[in-house]
Every structure is written in structure tokens, then in C-alpha cells.
Design a protein around this ligand. Structure first.
Ligand code: PEP
Ligand code: MG
Length: 671
């Protein structure tokens, strides 16, 4: 037996991609290869086993190899570690565009909830009316029925083989119908299925006279629990995947049919604790009117599927939804996030009307999407898009966007182990500018913080990350990071109209420092002059809007954060979702003050938070004088259609009334 000790320097430790490279290298050899970390030992050819070691960056591990090709194996693994396990020379795979934090472009409403209503987080817009059906996994009772070692082994291999075919089919289907990231989930499931350590553990139990089903379940439980206990959100996701694969094989071992979820013959509104990837894939989508989950968030897998399928959905509605009796009639409003249980006839009729109106309005709006948004009395409002990548830019141009009001650049920086290079960034910004065909785009500089740590940015632990080093603060403390981004943006400005905007500005000095850096780089590069603006998303910036207005070219109000900081309510808090409303008069007063200050200085104001896509907010914002709405791509056509139906004079009156209200509910009840 041979042994070497190595230190893992990968920023995320032996996780994700480095772990995959390590396992794949080990699998090329016949020798038995083990990894020792502290008191734990793992099979180097088993992804699950290796992840459970919890090897963090800087940890020393021992690699123990025994077998005919042990020397070659040792050299290969040592070299792979020294070469960064696939991370030094090759960047990680491209990341998915970060989803907006409330994904449907709608703001939670603050209507007073009746006793038969449950409020969750709106995840996909629209209205569904129908009986609920509680998705419950059939409980599988394993009866000890040991038929001898060979028979049990054969059963196990047959079930794994069938599961492999199912997963490979799902993977293929997802590649065709959904995104590669959804398909990747099933690729990971296939990897779990092929894990040699898992198989060995099950076979060992079978040798000890356990039937295949019990042996399989026990081995799965041990691994899922070990993974969940590591207290790492990434690995907790892997634990859920292990259980998902475990359930699939267990069903096959028990002779259950392939269809994992049987639904009533009639269409239903699905209610579940959460939906696993296998659940969503197994659903007969023609029978689902919408769904509501107790857990999950607007960026959860199930919510992403709902939006892709245009199914109204609510997530994070709380455990209470699981107590509703099956087949109870409900109204699910995916726009407001409200589930109404046992509605009376009048409520059903109203919801039916709303649903039909919503459907026909969507159709009509799509038709006129490329027309400008001009109110009945001739006031034009710019409607532009919030985007998070090149694919969105292409969709935005086609969906009637008159430009981009917010390019969230975070997508370039997330889920990787080193920052993107200037060249990499430049190419993406340039391609986005080009995709917009001469329409202006606003590039927001990196808005990241302690709530979403990046492995290559060293941020000390913060008790309140939303109040910590976020947005422009973080960038100004790391001038090289900001400088590189600004150089890339300014170089892209050669290719079309572009503006730069800074996030989370709380103080004039931050704006001035960022502006000066832009000026310096402009001089260095001989780059064109571009307009510079700030986001108004911290109350101090709104209160000081007159001082800022004298210096900036424009403002864009980030109502998501402005609401969070004004009301002191975490924007992602499931219990506060019903109260954290951008139509609160306190938020509206800050917006109104910002608009007045900007207009007095001859500057313009956009709104790029999700309030801009809230149908109740649109007339109020326009009435307050907001010049531009920047909203998610699907919301563009409906918002433009709505603006065309409005009258500026009436909107002004409504805005005055809203500003005089006492609560968000009062504002919403203005009609
Ligand atoms: C906002 O805060 O409203 C905003 C648009 O920025 P983000 O949602 O990216 O924080
Ligand atoms: Mg923000």
C-alpha cells in the first residue's frame, strides 16, 4: 500500500467540480483508493463518500492506494490535486442567470387576509380555480422477505438498471424541453445511482441477510443523513437528491409502476411540502392547474418549472396548506400569492372573471408589445427590461423592451472560484449592447454581499449581511475588482449606448469615489463619456436625493431593497412576505421625494424594483412622475398595455391619495 499527503487548495474544498475530477481520476485505476480526512475515511471512487468528508479549503488529506496500478494512481491523483482539480486552468461551467428575487415580477400585496386565506410568496402569475390535491408520497412498507443472497442481489441490480433507464430518459427529455441546468439534476442522480460505495454498502447488508429493499433504504438513509449533518446548504441539496434517487429505486424494488405520482382524473391544484425534481418530472402536466408548496422559495426548482410551464404558483405558504382537506375547492392567485380556501360563489365568479380577463389581456398585450406606452392623454413612459444575461437581452428586444434599465452583472461572478477577467466581462457586455440594437442599456456594477459570499472575495462573517459589506461598499473596498469591471464596461460602450449605475449607494462620498474611478478609467482608455447614475434603494439616498441630483445623471429606484430597508423587513422572509409591500406610503413618500428632487435638477427617474411590474403600483408610480419602468421581460407587454389604458391626470390624483394613506393596505384598497 502507498500513501501520500496533500493539501486541498481549491477555494470550495473538495466539493462540486474538484470532487468530480478527483473521483473520475480515481476511477481510472483498479487499485483500491481511500481518502482519509481527520477521523473520517472515504472511498475515493465514491462521490457521496468523498463529499461526506467535508474537506474544506486548506485541509490536508491522506490518499491511500493499494493494488497493481498503485504507483500510477498515486501520481495521477497527486498531479490532479497539484493542477487544481480542474479549477486552475479551466473556469467552472457558466452559471444560470440569477433569478429575480421575487420571480414573477409582481409585488406581494398587503390586502387584509380573510380567515379562509393563506398568504405565500407569489412564484408564477395567474389564477387557478379548482380542487386541491395533496401530493403525498405513498409510504412504502418494506416487508422483510429475504430470498437468498443471489436473488436479492439480482433484484437490486435489476432495479438499479431500470432506474438508470428512467433517469437517462428524463435527462434527455429535460435537455429537449427544459434548460440544461434542469437536465443536470438528473445527470447528478445518475451519478448517485452509480456510486460504488453505495452499492458496496447495500451488497454488504444483503450478505448479512437483509432483503434488497431494506438494505438499499438503510444505505441511502445513512448517506443522506451524513450529508445533511454537514450543515452546508450545497450538500443539503445533495442529501435531498440522494433521497430522491433512493425513493425511485425503492419503488422499483417493491414492484411499483414507473409513474410515481397518480393524480385524480380531473385537473387539480397541487399542494405539497415541496416538489422534488423527480416529482415535477413525473407529473402529468395537463392535469395540473397550478400549485402551492409549503416550503421552497421563488427561485426553487418547482417555481422555475411553474414559470416555464405558465402555471400559476405560490411557494412558501407554510405548513398550514398541508392541513387542507383533499379536493377542497380553492382559488390560487399566483400574482398576489393568496390561496383562498372554500371560496363562496361570489368569490369564485369574481376569480373566474379575473382569470378570463387576465388571459385575454395577456393575449392582447402581446400583440401590441412593440408599440410605445403612451397614456390616453399623451404622456409617454419608457418601458425597459431587467435582465441578467445575454439570453435575456435577446428576449427583451423581441418582447417590446425599449432598452435595458437594469443589467444585473452578478451572473458573471457567481458560482465560480475566481473573478471573471476583464476580457471575459467585456465580451459579454459588448454582446449584450449589440443584442439591444442601438437601444440604451444600464449596466449595474457588481451588487454582491455577505448574504451571497463569493469564494474569491474575502468577507468576514457578518451577523447582518444585508446591513454589511454589500454592493458599492464591497466594491469600493476592493478597488481592483471594481476597476476591472468598469474597464470592461467602458470598453463595451464603444459598441452602443450604455450607462453605468451603482447599487446600494448610501452616502455621497461613495458615489463620488465611484464616479471618480470611472472618470480616471475613461481618461486612461480614451473611452466615450457615459451617463452615470445611482440606485435609490437605501432610505438615506432617497432623503438626500436633492444633493445627489445635483451630481448624477439619473436615478433608478430599487424598490425591493428600498422597501426592505424602509420597513426593516427582510425581503426574503416568508412570514413577512404579506407585509413587506412596496406600496407602503413610507416607501411611496421616499420615491416621490426622489422624483421631485430629480426633476427639479432636470434629471430623470426610473423604477427597477419589482414594484414597477405590479399592476396596482403602475398608475401610482406614473402619477408620482416616474419616467421609466424597468421590469422583467414577461411583464413588459402587460405593463405597456396597462399604461396605454391610463390617464396621467387621473394617475396624479391617485398618487396624491396614495401618499396620504396610512398603510399599504389602504393604498391597495384605493382600487
Ligand atoms: C432592488 O433592490 O429593487 C433592485 C432592483 O435590485 P436587486 O433586486 O438586484 O437587489
Ligand atoms: Mg437592490
Amino acid at each position: 500500500m502507498k500513501q501520500i499527503d496533500v493539501v486541498i487548495h481549491n477555494p470550495t474544498g473538495l466539493h462540486a467540480r474538484p470532487a468530480k475530477v478527483f473521483v473520475n481520476t480515481a476511477k481510472q485505476f483498479d487499485s483500491d483508493i481511500r481518502v482519509v480526512h481527520g477521523a473520517k475515511k472515504a472511498n475515493a471512487k465514491s462521490m457521496i463518500s468523498l463529499l461526506t468528508l467535508g474537506v474544506e479549503s486548506g485541509s490536508r488529506i491522506s490518499i491511500l492506494v493499494e493494488g497493481d496500478d498503485e504507483d500510477a494512481a498515486l501520481v495521477a491523483l497527486e498531479t490532479a490535486v497539484a493542477n487544481g482539480l480542474g479549477e486552475d486552468h479551466e473556469p467552472p461551467p457558466p452559471v444560470e442567470t440569477p433569478a429575480p428575487k421575487s420571480a414573477n415580477g409582481q409585488q406581494a400585496t398587503a390586502v387584509t387576509l380573510a380567515s379562509n386565506m393563506i398568504k405565500g410568496i407569489p412564484a408564477a402569475p395567474g389564477i387557478a380555480i379548482g380542487p386541491i390535491y395533496r401530493l403525498q408520497h405513498e409510504e412504502i412498507v418494506i416487508e422483510e422477505d429475504f430470498q437468498g443472497v443471489t436473488t436479492e442481489q439480482n433484484r437490486l441490480h435489476a432495479a438499479i438498471e431500470r432506474a438508470r433507464i428512467q433517469l437517462a430518459t428524463l435527462h434527455k427529455q429535460m435537455l429537449q424541453t427544459a434548460s440544461t441546468s434542469e437536465a443536470a439534476i438528473f445527470e447528478a442522480h445518475l451519478e448517485i445511482l452509480d456510486d460504488p460505495d453505495l452499492l458496496d454498502a447495500v451488497l454488504a447488508r444483503i450478505n448479512k441477510q437483509q432483503c434488497a429493499a431494506r438494505a438499499w433504504q438503510a444505505a441511502i438513509d445513512v448517506r443522506a443523513q451524513a450529508m445533511a449533518q454537514l450543515n452546508d446548504p450545497l450538500l443539503a441539496g445533495r442529501a435531498a437528491d440522494i433521497q430522491d434517487v433512493g425513493y425511485r429505486v425503492l419503488r422499483l424494488l417493491m414492484g411499483a409502476d414507473e409513474q410515481q405520482i397518480s393524480l385524480p382524473a380531473h385537473p387539480v391544484i397541487l399542494v405539497a411540502g415541496d416538489l422534488s425534481p423527480s416529482d415535477t418530472a413525473a407529473l402529468d402536466r395537463d392535469k395540473i392547474l397550478g400549485f402551492c408548496t409549503a416550503a421552497g422559495g421563488p427561485t426553487a426548482h418547482s417555481a422555475i418549472i411553474a414559470r416555464a410551464l405558465s402555471l400559476p404558483a405560490i411557494v412558501s405558504a407554510g405548513e398550514g396548506v398541508l392541513d387542507i382537506e383533499n379536493l377542497t375547492t380553492v382559488i390560487l392567485n399566483g400574482t398576489s400569492g393568496i390561496l383562498t380556501i372554500n371560496p363562496d360563489t361570489a368569490a369564485i365568479t369574481e376569480a373566474e372573471t379575473q382569470k378570463q380577463a387576465w388571459k385575454s389581456a395577456i393575449k392582447a398585450a402581446q400583440k401590441s408589445a412593440t408599440q410605445p406606452a403612451i397614456t390616453q392623454d399623451g404622456h409617454r413612459v419608457e418601458v425597459v427590461a431587467n435582465i441578467g444575461g445575454l439570453a435575456d437581452a435577446e428576449k427583451a428586444a423581441a418582447a417590446g423592451a425599449e432598452g435595458v434599465g437594469l443589467l444585473r452583472t452578478e451572473f458573471l461572478f457567481l458560482e465560480r472560484t475566481e473573478p471573471p477577467t476583464e476580457l471575459e466581462q467585456f465580451e459579454v457586455y459588448r454582446d449584450i449592447v449589440k443584442a439591444m440594437n442601438g437601444q440604451p442599456i444600464i449596466v449595474r456594477t457588481l451588487d454582491i454581499g455577505g448574504d451571497k459570499p463569493l469564494p474569491y472575495i474575502d468577507v468576514a462573517h457578518e451577523d447582518n449581511p444585508f446591513l454589511g459589506e454589500r454592493g458599492i461598499r464591497l466594491c469600493l473596498n476592493r478597488p481592483e475588482l471594481l476597476r476591472k469591471q468598469l474597464r470592461a464596461i467602458l470598453r463595451a460602450a464603444e459598441f452602443g449606448p450604455l450607462r453605468i449605475m451603482f447599487p446600494m449607494v448610501a452616502d455621497l462620498s461613495e458615489w463620488r469615489e465611484a464616479r471618480d474611478m470611472v472618470r480616471e478609467i475613461q481618461a486612461e482608455l480614451g473611452a466615450p463619456q457615459v451617463e452615470l447614475g445611482i440606485m435609490i434603494e437605501v432610505p438615506s439616498a432617497a432623503l438626500m436625493a436633492d444633493a445627489f441630483a445635483a451630481e448624477v445623471d439619473f436615478f433608478s429606484v430599487g424598490t425591493n431593497d428600498l422597501t426592505q430597508y424602509t420597513l426593516a423587513m427582510d425581503r426574503m422572509h416568508p412570514l413577512l412576505a404579506g407585509k413587506s409591500d412596496g406600496l407602503h406610503p413610507a416607501v411611496l413618500r421616499l420615491i416621490s421625494r426622489t422624483v421631485e428632487a430629480a426633476h427639479a435638477a432636470g434629471k430623470w427617474v426610473g423604477v427597477c424594483g419589482e414594484l414597477g411590474a405590479d399592476a396596482q403600483a403602475v398608475p401610482i408610480l406614473i402619477g408620482m412622475g416616474v419616467d421609466e419602468l424597468s421590469i422583467s421581460v414577461p411583464a413588459i407587454a402587460p405593463a405597456k398595455a396597462q399604461i396605454r389604458s391610463l390617464n396621467l391626470a387621473d394617475a396624479k390624483v391617485l398618487a396624491e391619495k396614495a401618499l396620504a394613506c396610512g398603510t399599504a393596505a389602504e393604498v391597495r384598497n384605493l382600487g
